[in-house]
Ligand binder design. Structure first.
Ligand SMILES: *Cc1c(COP(=O)(O)O)cnc(C)c1O
Ligand code: SF4
Length: 340
């Protein structure tokens, strides 16, 4: 075993916890008592899209189980190398919807800002794993072109901060950007798409909570949980702090083979979220990004699962099963698509 220092949310800051994320496949396997036979493939796949896992997330993974549903989300596998027809580098057409660097305008009333390429963990199925962050990012601190674009379009009422993970930015950079957004009179809502409250609950510290609680815009946070095992005590506490400052909490998940593609797992996920005041919002059909084909669940299976979920849970616990289609004006509910 590789010894690691005692970690305590109370005593180390989030930036330090973020910096301590595991990046070395050999270290991950050793910490989880997994066979070294997994290493060559993990190294190869990590050379394309690096491994990254926080210690808080790691603590929720069962040791010695190569099929653990949380491990599968982060462990680089040989399957990622297999080229697969229909799986591309930009599956959702992001690059065609970028009128100014870092700003995506695909849907009415909402624009999305790609605030950073950084994430606390690297999800192997991520649809932005090939996204050219270097080209998309406005010279990292200067958002002038994006702000001008929003200010000039009075139909935009909501700005979504996405990435990468917007909460991997420092409080001061976030506050600087959001302060300028809040000064645009027609903006009503700020939405944060973030996985940090789940994979790095330390991020939800008193300074962030204080800032969110005083934000001039109505604030929505869409977290990203795929399995109930991700909802640790530290995550519950972080969600409680967010609730306390008046943020509306929603969740999006991705339907992933070997992670959450069965009824008991999806039902337990919705229950775990709702127990902590998070509404299940979207269940995404996987975006067909190169390297993620082994996570795909067929559309017919996905619909069957959703139907079963609806027969099991109260309606408010059933997320919308959607797909992101290039060139469309909204995410498409799977019910409205022809079976393939
Ligand atoms: C998903 C997404 C949104 C938000 O869509 P909602 O249906 O409002 O959640 C906005 N812009 C882009 C580019 C998106 O991909
Ligand atoms: S946190 Fe989101 S953007 Fe970052 S790797 Fe995971 S899915 Fe991709």
């Amino acid at each position: 075993m590789i010894p690691h220092p005692a970690r305590n949310c109370q005593t180390i800051g989030w930036q330090q916890a973020l910096a301590q994320a595991i990046r070395n496949p050999a270290e991950l396997l050793a910490l989880l008592d997994l066979p070294a036979s997994l290493l060559p493939a993990a190294r190869q796949a990590a050379a394309q899209f690096p491994l990254r896992v926080t210690h808080s997330y790691l603590a929720q993974i069962k040791k010695g189980d190569p099929h653990d549903p949380l491990l599968r989300q982060v462990l680089p596998l040989g399957e990622e190398q297999a080229p697969c027809e229909g799986f591309s580098q930009d599956p959702v057409g992001d690059l065609d919807a970028m009128p100014v660097p870092g700003l995506l305008h695909k849907y009415a009333g909402r624009v999305l800002l790609v605030t950073t390429g950084a994430c606390a963990i690297h999800c192997r199925y991520c649809f932005r794993r090939h996204f050219p962050y270097a080209e998309a990012n406005p010279a990292s601190t200067d958002w002038q072109a994006a702000l001008d674009y929003i200010a000039a379009d009075a139909s935009v009422s909501e700005v979504i901060l996405s990435g990468g993970d917007p909460l991997s930015l420092s409080d001061s950079r976030l506050a600087a950007l959001v302060g300028r957004l809040a000064a645009i009179p027609h903006l009503k809502r700020l939405r944060l798409h973030t996985r940090l409250p789940v994979v790095l609950p330390e991020r939800v510290d008193p300074a962030l909570v204080d800032w969110l609680g005083n934000c001039a815009l109505q604030t929505i946070m869409v977290i990203h949980v795929n399995h109930a095992n991700e909802v640790s005590q530290a995550v519950r506490d972080a969600l409680g702090r967010l609730r306390g400052c008046g943020v509306s909490l929603l969740n999006q998940s991705v339907l992933l083979r070997g992670v959450n593609d069965n009824l008991p797992t999806l039902a337990a996920l919705s229950e775990a979220l709702f127990a902590h005041s998070v509404l299940p919002y979207y269940l995404h059909q996987l975006d067909r990004v190169q390297g993620a084909a082994h996570f795909a669940v067929s559309d017919s299976e996905a619909r069957r699962l959703l139907h079963a979920l609806r027969e099991t849970l109260p309606g408010y616990m059933v997320p919308q099963l959607v797909r992101d289609q290039p060139g469309q004006t909204a995410k498409i509910p799977l019910e409205s698509l022809k079976l393939v």
